[in-house]
Design a protein around this ligand. Sequence first.
Ligand code: AR6
Length: 177
Amino acid sequence: MITQIIEILKGDITQLEVDVIVNAANEHLIPGGGVDGAIHRAGGSSIREEAKVYIQAHKLLNPGEVMSTTAGLLRAKRVIHTVGPRYKIGEDRSDQLRNCYKNSMVLAEEEGMSSVAFPCISAGVFGYPIREAAEIAFSTVVEVLAHQSTVKRVYFVCFDEVNFSIYNQLYQELTTG
Ligand code: AR6
């Protein structure tokens, strides 16, 4: 069951022992703040070096797109970097956020990974309302899992209590139909 595959955690994503940690990066893949900064600090410089090579070849990682690096000093095997949309009132950028989750799941599967941890992409510096962002996260991942993904475990990792309770609420709604 989908609900047995998804788990909600509270804490620091960099501490997890999972196959893939997803990073909420920026278009230039330059270490920033938030979860991005935490991943680069904990993972060490090799992640930045690999990201640099990607940017030299591709110029930018656009919102919704993904690329992966090794995980450096982290306990994960890979880091998938994706860029969420910047929230803008009056503009629907939900497809970009959906693509972050979908493309991350597809890439994780292509790389033979079986567990993936997501932060609340776009819900920090990029300003996406958390409830909306969480709904997109859930619905997209559930849809991918419904097509028999080889990914066996997905963690939604919330850094603070408010996000954690919103994710739990949604999870409950999902499991109780
Ligand atoms: N573990 C898990 N979640 C975290 C952690 C952590 N260690 N640290 C923060 N969060 P943000 P965005 C949560 O701002 O909105 C960067 O500068 C945080 O509480 O990291 O997609 C990039 O370089 C929030 O709920 O990502 C980009 O420029 C969530 O992670 C820009 O921020 C996402 O917040 C991306 O903005």
